[in-house]
Design a protein around this ligand. Structure first.
Ligand code: PEP
Ligand code: MG
Length: 324
């Protein structure tokens, strides 16, 4: 399978009944670019920008950020590149940010919350993105969104940045998509409301699992509880996909679950249009997509939602595809 998959890695992935599923790469730095291209990524579904901040001893400048974003966009030409705005806080500390100590950092002042509270820092990133977007197909994604006001505020800041740049005669992306990560259960539950405000939603199963199951993603003691294949998590995935379809926007997934080839049929059946993962698993997931019959996948996905446990879901998912 591996050999066949590698041979066809560069071809786009269509299900057996002809539906396109976009298979994208997650990247965490410019070093990941080559592997993404080599493994046949049809775009970037999650560019984690934290490295720019973590590898620095001060806030990275607009110019530094612009350079990095432009490189990724140019490497992918006219293919989509989803760049996520700063997801700091939680477990990711930044010495120079002087973040206050928090009792529960994962439930605290992180990601979009931090950025909206610090518009001067946020706007540097947004301006770098608007400028870099001239060089490719840029999709900007906000992490850890919990409510509508956050989306509206972030979009307003983006507009403000565009205007400020244009007033100074700086060229900005003529079109870019704006989306959110769905990784807080409230965002999945209210996905229908959020979907009206954005061009795409991408499900972050790493955090969505941790918050839905109240199981710290990095704590070995609760690792047996932490499984993205839990029916409760999958129900939230389904809810998000349904809301995206209803609103006519793209439903993607960029958490680890997206890169699990054993779950590909289930994920297509739940209604995802786009899956983003570490580069190494792209060829295999594409091969899985090619074997999927959408009708069967939908039936399988429906059945996962009424299983009693993640184990039962995984067992069901790895059986031979249902024959119609
Ligand atoms: C996620 O939470 O699923 C995700 C993709 O983001 P991160 O792993 O960077 O928190
Ligand atoms: Mg996350």
């Amino acid at each position: 399978l591996r050999e066949d998959a590698l041979k066809k890695a560069d071809e786009d992935a269509f299900t057996a009944d002809g539906r396109r599923i976009q298979v994208f790469a997650n990247i965490g730095s410019l070093n990941d670019l080559e592997a993404a291209v080599h493994n046949g990524a049809e775009g970037v579904g999650l560019f984690r920008t934290e490295f720019l901040y973590l590898e620095n001893d001060q806030w990275p400048t607009e110019e530094e950020q612009y350079g990095a974003y432009r490189k990724v966009l140019e490497a992918f030409g006219d293919k989509p590149v989803v760049i996520r705005t700063l997801d700091i806080g939680g477990d990711k500390d930044l010495p120079y940010a002087e973040l206050p100590k928090e009792e529960n950092p994962f439930l605290g002042h992180r990601a979009i919350r931090f950025c909206l509270a610090n518009p001067d820092i946020f706007k540097v990133q947004l301006k770098a993105l608007l400028r870099a977007g001239v060089h490719g197909d840029l999709w900007v994604m906000f992490p850890m969104v919990e409510n509508l006001s956050e989306v509206r505020e972030a979009k307003a800041l983006l507009d403000e940045c565009r205007q400020e740049l244009q007033q100074n005669g700086v060229e900005t992306a003529s079109s870019l998509k704006v989306g959110i990560m769905v990784e807080i259960p409230a965002a999945a539950v209210n996905a229908d409301l959020l979907a009206k405000e954005v061009d795409f939603m991408s499900i972050g199963t790493n955090d969505l699992t941790q918050y839905t199951l109240a199981a710290d993603r990095g704590n070995e003691l609760v690792a047996p509880l932490y499984d993205a294949a839990h029916p409760a998590v999958l129900r939230l995935v389904k809810k998000t996909c349904d809301a995206a379809h209803e609103a006519g926007i793209i439903a993607g997934m960029c958490g680890e679950l997206a890169g699990d080839p054993k779950m590909t049929e289930v994920l297509v059946g739940l209604g995802l249009h786009e899956l983003s993962m570490s580069a190494g698993t792209i060829p295999e997931v594409k091969e899985e997509v090619r074997n999927v019959q959408t009708d069967n996948a939908r039936t399988l996905a429906e059945r996962t939602l009424v299983q009693e446990s993640p184990e039962a879901v995984r067992q069901l998912a790895t059986k031979e595809p249902l024959k119609s």
